[in-house]
Design a protein around this ligand. Structure first.
Ligand code: ADP
Ligand code: GLC
Length: 471
C-alpha cells in the first residue's frame, strides 16, 4: 500500500513539537512493515536542507488567487530517513527559517497544499491514501473532492490526523479566492461560524479522521475550541490511535545525544551519571530528586502554573527537591520562570530556548518529569521519559490518561493528578519526594516503566487497518 503523508513538520528536517516527531517516525515504521510511505513538507531554510543531497522531481507553475508562482518539488537522494522525503519550494513564501509564526501563514500553507495537489495530479500513478496532519494541510480533503482542477484525485481516500485541535487555521471568507475554482454549492464544507475553518473542513471532508489518543477524541466532544458539535456529529468516522515513539532515536542504550548510555539493568547508575552532568551544568543538588519540565511554555501545557507550583513546593514541602525547566513560549511565562532563579540558586534553574540535545540529557538525567497539561492530545514527553526510567507526573487528560497509570493503582508506575492547579501539582511534588526516598519502590517503578512498549509497531498496525478499510 502506498501512503503520501502531507505535513508542516517532519523530524529531523523541521520540528516545532510532537507533530514533527510523529511524521518523522510513522512513515518509517509503515515502510518497515512493507508499505510505501512518503512524506511531503514545505522547503524551509533548515540545516537538514543544506546538509543533504536532493534531486528535482517536479517543477510547476500555479496560482494562489491572483498571484502566480513557480514551485519545485525536490526529493532527498539517499533515503536517509527510511522513507522518501519531498520538499516543496515556493520562493519567498515557504523558504524561511521558522516553520510558523508569520503573518502570511494562511497564504503559505494554502499555497503549499495547492502545490502538493498540482504535483500529485502529475504523478503517473496514484497513492492508495493521502494522509494529512493538522490544520496546515487540512484543506486538502476539500480540494480533492470539490476543486474542479483536482477531479482526477477525488477517488483517493483521505485521512486527517488531528494532533492539536486548538489551532484550526481560521481565515476570513475573503481568502476563498485562494482556492482553485471549486463547487460553490459546497461552501458549507469550508465554513464554521462564518469563517473558512481548515480543520473543520478537514473533519467534514476527510474519509476518516483520527486523533492521537482515544481519550483526546472523547474530550474533543465537549472541549475543542468551538468544534464540539462537529466532533459529535462526525463521530462515526473518527477514531483515536495512540502515537508511538521512535525507538531508533529514543533509547537510552544508544541515544546519539548522550555520552552515558544505559540499559534497564544498569539504569540506576546510568541515570546518575547523566544527572551529575545536569547538576554540574545547572548548579543543582545531586542528592535531591530532580523534577524537570520540557515543553512549549504555553497555557495548554500548564506552563504558567510552574512558577507558583515551584514556589509553593519550596515553601510548603521544604527544599527537598530540584526543579529544572527547558522551554520556550509565552514571554510572560519565560520571564516569570527566569525571575525565580535567585530564589532557588542551588535547586532551581531554567533554560529558555529550544535545545534538542539538552532535552535528551534531561529525559535521561531527571528523576521525574512534570506535565501539568490542561490539554494533551497525546504527549510524547511522558513516553520518552518512561523509556528513560524517569517517572512522569501527569495531569489525567488526553494521551497522558491513556499512557500513565498512577503508582497507587494496580500495576501503576507514574504519578497522576486530576487538576491543572498549583495545589495538585504541589501535592504531586510531595508524592514524588516521598517516592524518591523509597529506594526499593523507585527501582521497581523504573524497571516497570522501561519495560513498557510504546513502539510504533502497535499503532502502525491500527493505521494500516484503517487504510485497508478505505481502499
Ligand atoms: P507538543 O507537540 O504539544 O509540543 P509533544 O509531547 O507531543 O508536545 O512533543 C513535544 C516534543 O518537542 C518532544 O519531542 C519534546 O522533547 C520536544 N520539545 C519541546 N520543547 C522543547 C525544547 N524547548 N527543547 C527541546 N525539545 C523540546
Ligand atoms: C501535538 C499535541 C501533542 C502530541 C503531538 C503529536 O502537538 O499537542 O500532545 O503528542 O501533537 O501527535
Amino acid at each position: 500500500m502506498e501512503i503520501l503523508h502531507v505535513s508542516a513538520e517532519c523530524y529531523p528536517v523541521a520540528k516545532a513539537g510532537g507533530l514533527g516527531d510523529v511524521v518523522g517516525a510513522l512513515p518509517k515504521y509503515l515502510n518497515k512493515q512493507g508499505h510505501i510511505a512518503k512524506v511531503v513538507i514545505p522547503m524551509y531554510r533548515t540545516k537538514f536542507l543544506y546538509a543533504h543531497e536532493w534531486d528535482v522531481v517536479h517543477k510547476g507553475y500555479t496560482n494562489l488567487g491572483n498571484w502566480w508562482f513557480e514551485f519545485t518539488v525536490i526529493r532527498e537522494r539517499h533515503n536517509v530517513l527510511g522513507f522518501d522525503l519531498y520538499l516543496v519550494d515556493i520562493n519567498g513564501l515557504l523558504d524561511r527559517e521558522k516553520i510558523y509564526g508569520y503573518d502570511d501563514d494562511s497564504e503559505r500553507f494554502t499555497a503549499f497544499q495547492i502545490a502538493v495537489l498540482d504535483w500529485l495530479s502529475a504523478w503517473q500513478h496514484q497513492p492508495d491514501v493521502v494522509h494529512v496532519h493538522d490544520h496546515h494541510t487540512a484543506l486538502i480533503p476539500f480540494m480533492m473532492k470539490y476543486c474542479y482542477k483536482y477531479a482526477g484525485l477525488s477517488n483517493i481516500p483521505t485521512v486527517l490526523t488531528i494532533h492539536n485541535a486548538q489551532y484550526q487555521g481560521w481565515m476570513g471568507w475573503d481568502k476563498t479566492i485562494y482556492l482553485p475554482r471549486w463547487d460553490t454549492w459546497r461552501w458549507g464544507m469550508l465554513d464554521w461560524n462564518n469563517h473558512i475553518n481548515p480543520l473543520a473542513s478537514g473533519i467534514k471532508c476527510a474519509w476518516k479522521v483520527t486523533t492521537v489518543s482515544p481519550s483526546y477524541l472523547e474530550e474533543l466532544k465537549y472541549m475543542s475550541n468551538g468544534l464540539e458539535a462537529l466532533f459529535e456529529y462526525e463521530k462515526g468516522k473518527c477514531s483515536g490511535i495512540l502515537n508511538g515513539i521512535d525507538v531508533d532515536i529514543w533509547d537510552p542504550a544508544i541515544d546519539a545525544y548522550l555520552d552515558n548510555h544505559y540499559s534497564i539493568e544498569e539504569a540506576e547508575a546510568g541515570k546518575a551519571k547523566n544527572k551529575m552532568l545536569l547538576c554540574e551544568q545547572f548548579g543543582l543538588d545531586f542528592d535531591k530528586p530532580l523534577i524537570s519540565f520540557i515543553g512549549r511554555l504555553v497555557g495548554e501545557k500548564g506552563a504558567d502554573l510552574l512558577p507558583g507550583a515551584i514556589g509553593d513546593s519550596f515553601y510548603h514541602i521544604g527544599r527537598r527537591m530540584n526543579f529544572l525547566v527547558l522551554g520556550t513560549g509565552f514571554p510572560e511565562v519565560e520571564s516569570a520562570l527566569s525571575a525565580l532563579k535567585p530564589l532557588g540558586q542551588y535547586d532551581y534553574n531554567v533554560y529558555i530556548g529550544y535545545n534538542e540535545s539538552l532535552s535528551h540529557l534531561i529525559y535521561a538525567g531527571s528523576d521525574f518529569l512534570l506535565m501539568p497539561s490542561r490539554v494533551e492530545p497525546c504527549g510524547l514527553n511522558q513516553m520518552y521519559s518512561m523509556r528513560y526510567g524517569t517517572v512522569p507526573m501527569v495531569r489525567r487528560t488526553g494521551g497522558l490518561k491513556d499512557t500513565v497509570i498512577d503508582v497507587g493503582d494496580k500495576g501503576g508506575y507514574g504519578l497522576s493528578y486530576n487538576d491543572a492547579t498549583v495545589g495538585d501539582i504541589t501535592h504531586a511534588v510531595w508524592r514524588a519526594t516521598e517516592l524518591y526516598h523509597d529506594h526499593k519502590k523507585m527501582n521497581e517503578v523504573r524497571t516497570t516503566m522501561m519495560e513498557l512498549d510504546f513502539s510504533w509497531d502497535r499503532s502502525v498496525r491500527q493505521y494500516v487497518q484503517l487504510y485497508t478499510g478505505l481502499i
